[in-house]
Write a protein that binds this ligand. Structure first.
Ligand code: SF4
Length: 309
């Protein structure tokens, strides 16, 4: 009798489907995926996907981005409720009014936002390319950055560029406890702290390295150090450990006393292997983006992909 993973792999072939999974997905899902990556890598893969169906094992805004880039392909998401606290912190009506008030500003948005917000943007970025994209904008042009204020502050510090920030954030990356992190580091003084720029400034200040999920994996791989405390969603540890089997990876502790003592994204974890299978069988839930919004949202994404080559 075939197990669930074998059934998924068989169905994928039959239906000419591709599975794109984010690093924050559970290990079982990463194992059946054709590609596992961060937001930038996933957008690039989605843009060149040669399949009839894209099953996106991630959250809603990521599947939407895949649909914007692939209007003629069916894009499905295992659980439609897999949203994002950061994307939710930027409602289109409020943001639209804010952007209108600052109409002379160039709108740069972090990819973690809805299709409607992307449609109001001049250029989209991910944490991998945010600094490069902001640096590509002429000095005299004022910038409005949304939705993540923590990433926005980090970019301002890196580039020395002032930006008007939307007041949004991610609950997962704001859940790290500084006190517990310091206590953990005292226990492991030989460990380096590495953090995602969505984390709060006081956490970033403790970090030896700050970067995107792909950047963090690369750093740990190349580093001569053997022990790391990782401040981002704990799902990344699975892929990272595969890349550096001999190194010790410790998840940064969150404020909450949860079972794994680390910070997990509840939205990302809504997808399960069973839901991936069900979704492939029924080819639903399907992601639909109205064509008027898709067309407007496509341009800023394409600008980002062009600049990231
Ligand atoms: S970790 Fe935060 S930003 Fe990433 S999907 Fe989850 S809620 Fe959104």
């Amino acid at each position: 009798m075939k197990n669930l993973k074998e059934k998924i792999l068989e169905l994928k072939k039959q239906k000419n489907a591709v599975i794109l999974a984010h690093y924050y997905q559970e290990a079982d899902i990463q194992e059946v995926a054709d590609y596992v990556g961060d937001s930038l890598g996933l957008s690039q893969e989605a843009a060149k996907a040669d399949a009839d169906i894209i099953l996106f094992a991630g959250v809603h805004f990521m599947a939407e981005t895949a649909k914007i880039l692939n209007p003629n392909k069916k894009v499905i998401l295992p659980d439609l409720k897999a949203g994002c606290s950061l994307a939710d912190s930027c409602p289109p009506d409020l943001f639209g009014a804010f952007a209108l008030k600052h109409a002379d500003h160039m709108v740069v948005t972090y990819v973690n936002c809805s299709a409607e917000i992307k449609a109001m943007s001049d250029i989209v970025c991910t944490s991998s390319n945010a600094v490069k994209i902001v640096e590509s904008i002429p000095e005299e042009v004022p910038i409005l950055f949304a939705p993540d204020k923590n990433l926005g502050k980090y970019i301002m510090e890196k580039t020395g560029r002032k930006m008007l920030l939307w007041d949004g954030s991610c609950v997962v990356h704001e859940a790290f406890s500084l006190d517990k992190l310091i206590a953990l580091h005292k226990k492991h003084p030989d460990a380096e702290i590495i953090a995602h720029p969505e984390s709060e400034t006081h956490i970033l200040k403790t970090a030896n390295y700050i970067g995107s999920t792909a950047g963090m994996i690369d750093y740990v791989k190349k580093s001569s150090k053997a022990k790391f405390i990782i401040a981002t969603e704990a799902g990344i540890l699975y892929k990272m450990q595969q890349e550096v089997p001999g190194k010790t990876l410790i998840p940064a502790p969150s404020n909450e006393d949860n079972t794994c003592a680390c910070s997990e994204c509840a939205y990302m974890k809504m997808n399960t292997l069973q839901k991936v299978y069900d979704c492939l069988v029924s080819e639903s839930p399907e992601i639909i983006v109205p064509e008027t919004i898709r067309e407007k949202a496509l341009l800023p994404i394409e600008r980002m992909l062009e600049l990231s080559k």
